[in-house]
Design a protein around this ligand. Structure first.
Ligand code: PEP
Ligand code: MG
Length: 319
């Protein structure tokens, strides 16, 4: 089975009912971009740029960043690459930023919220991103967006920089959906964004108020909790007819969850490179609209394990 999945890894993933789903790879930097290309991924759905900023005494300069982003684009040979701007502040800290220590960093100044106090960091990163070629394959994604003004501000900065640099092309700009407020207001975000990408690791944490770093809660911090699924559904509904929706949290790499996400209406999944062949293979066996018929009933179930049981039983039956 694994051999069969491997043989078809570079082919597109089309469901039995004819939906083309992009299966992309999550990477930590340019050196993993080759792994993504070799895995058969249709592109990179999440490059976590913060790894470039870690284990250093100061922030990487524009040229250093541009070389790294360019290397990732080049390794993917023209397939789309989504680069996420610096997501720092909660689980990841940069000593040279000297962020004040706060009692609850997961609810503090992190991700897109950092630009108010550190605008120069965003400026340098956006210039480095705009320096890559071809710009048409680059997509820029903002982490931890909780209101539409955060996206609009970055769009404006990007526009100003791009015209100062004399550029005619523009990269796509998208928002991560990782906070319940963003999922619930997806419609207004989707009006400003070129794409949305759901970060289920953080969305689960913030929906269930369960720290993703706490091992004693990890069994219960489950993306299949009906509340999390309802927020994913709200995101897809809000974006309908406006922009595509992806999922780049770890949950997308589980074949069963991946099937459910696609039935909920997600267009793109981004997973660890090694998971790409298996996820594509699972989607090729899925009749998404038939599974979608089950979802209203599953959203009314009382907890994640009930949803998991129904999902496993449904997938095990012939259709
Ligand atoms: C997520 O939160 O699901 C996500 C993809 O981002 P990270 O894991 O880097 O927080
Ligand atoms: Mg996240």
């Amino acid at each position: 089975e694994a051999d069969a999945a491997q043989a078809l890894a570079h082919e597109p993933a089309i469901t039995l009912d004819g939906r083309l789903i992009e299966a992309c790879a999550n990477i930590g930097g340019a050196e993993e971009a080759r792994l993504a290309a070799a895995s058969g991924a249709d592109g990179v759905g999440l490059l976590r740029s913060e790894f470039l900023f870690l284990a250093r005494d100061s922030a990487p300069d524009e040229a250093h960043q541009r070389d790294e982003y360019q290397a990732a684009l080049s390794a993917l040979g023209g397939k789309p690459v989504i680069i996420r701007t610096l997501d720092i502040g909660a689980d990841k800290q940069l000593p040279y930023l000297r962020l004040p220590s706060v009692p609850n960093p997961a609810l503090g100044v992190r991700g897109a919220r950092l630009w108010t106090s550190h605008p120069e960091l965003l400026e340098t990163q956006l210039k480095a991103l705009l320096g890559v070629t071809p710009l048409e394959t680059l997509q820029i994604m903002l982490p931890m967006v909780s209101e539409v003004s955060e996206l609009r501000d970055v769009r404006q900065r990007l526009e100003t920089l791009a015209s100062e640099m004399g550029l005619t092309a523009r990269p796509l700009l998208g928002a991560m959906i990782e906070v319940p407020s963003a999922a619930l207001c997806a419609r207004s975000l989707a009006a400003e964004a070129d794409f949305l990408s759901i970060g289920t690791n953080d969305l689960t944490q913030y929906t269930l108020a369960m720290d993703r770093e706490d091992p004693s809660l990890s069994a219960r911090a489950d993306v299949l909790h009906p509340a999390v699924l309802r927020l994913i559904q709200a995101t897809v509904d809000g974006a309908k007819g406006r922009c595509p929706v992806g999922v780049c949290g770890a949950a997308a790499g589980d074949e069963k969850v991946a099937a459910l996400l696609v039935a909920l209406g997600v267009d793109e999944l981004s997973v660890e490179p090694a998971r790409v062949p298996a996820v594509k293979a699972a989607l090729r066996c899925l009749h998404a609209t038939t599974l979608a018929d089950e979802i209203p009933e599953w959203l009314a179930l009382e907890d994640a394990s009930a949803v998991r049981q129904h999902l496993s039983a449904w997938l095990a039956k012939p259709h």
